[in-house]
Design a protein around this ligand. Structure first.
Ligand SMILES: C[S@@+](CC[C@H](N)C(=O)[O-])C[C@H]1O[C@@H](n2cnc3c(N)ncnc32)[C@H](O)[C@@H]1O
Length: 215
């Protein structure tokens, strides 16, 4: 059996590697957002608007919220909203955007792929709605999201499908950032699927999931 002393350097090593990766994610997104302006209009995603509009208002959290368009729309519809992203630069734009819209969103700077729920344990079973748009993490989110939801709570998720790679106008070239057919409901198999569709839109090819935590 391995002793604690043998384990410790490996654990610390993994932690450093994870922190280094997060730093890369953060720097990459900070860089992308550095020349972005505060948007003029709140243009929420259709998949979110369609399904959130039919749900009873409560607490919502938007994960990897970017500039906050979906979080701000949810707050304007009467949801109490938390929104998480790793990029401080993106979040500072999102906060200005929310302020201009006179909308209250609780923006949180955190790494979703790291120790998110260890630091934010009070968020467990807190949400009636979790939304994720244009962000794919296969390792951590499928474990985190069901824990964030209250029983009866909904997950509204949309991100790029494999077909996105075939588009001439696609900025995504790496298949790892896209979903294979049927993958999204498989990743969230602990939730009950309410609706799932793989759609080719005029500007993107996406998979969409609406799923519920039963108990
Ligand atoms: C393609 S953008 C999508 C933003 C927004 N959901 C939207 O649909 O416009 C991906 C977002 O994920 C955030 N992100 C990347 N890695 C992350 C991580 N490990 N933890 C939290 N957010 C992360 C980026 O900062 C970026 O805002």
């Amino acid at each position: 059996m391995l002793s604690y002393a043998t384990h410790q350097p490996i654990t610390i090593n993994l932690l450093f590697r994870r922190q280094a990766m997060s730093l890369n994610d953060r720097e990459r997104w900070d860089q992308k957002y550095s020349d972005r302006m505060v948007p003029d209009l709140v243009m929420a995603d259709e998949w979110l608007m369609d399904h959130a509009a039919k749900s009873n208002r409560g607490r919502a959290i938007d994960l990897a919220c970017g500039l906050g368009h979906n979080a701000i729309w949810l707050a304007q519809q009467g949801w109490q909203v938390d929104a998480v992203d790793i990029s401080p630069v993106g979040l500072s734009i999102a906060k200005k955007f929310a302020m201009i819209q006179s909308t209250d969103v609780n923006f949180i700077c955190a790494d979703l792929e790291g120790l998110f729920l260890v630091y934010h344990q009070q968020m467990e079973t807190s949400y009636d709605l979790v939304s994720v748009f244009r962000f794919l993490d296969r390792e951590h989110l499928p474990e985190i999201i069901p824990r964030l939801l209250k029983p009866g709570g909904l997950l509204i998720y949309e991100t790029f499908s494999r077909k996105q790679l075939d588009r001439d106008d696609s900025h995504i070239k790496d298949a790892r950032f896209t979903l294979s057919p049927g993958e999204l409901p498989r990743l969230y198999s602990s939730l009950s699927v309410v609706a799932h569709e793989e759609v080719d839109l005029s500007d993107r090819c996406v998979d969409r999931l609406l799923a519920r935590r039963e108990s």
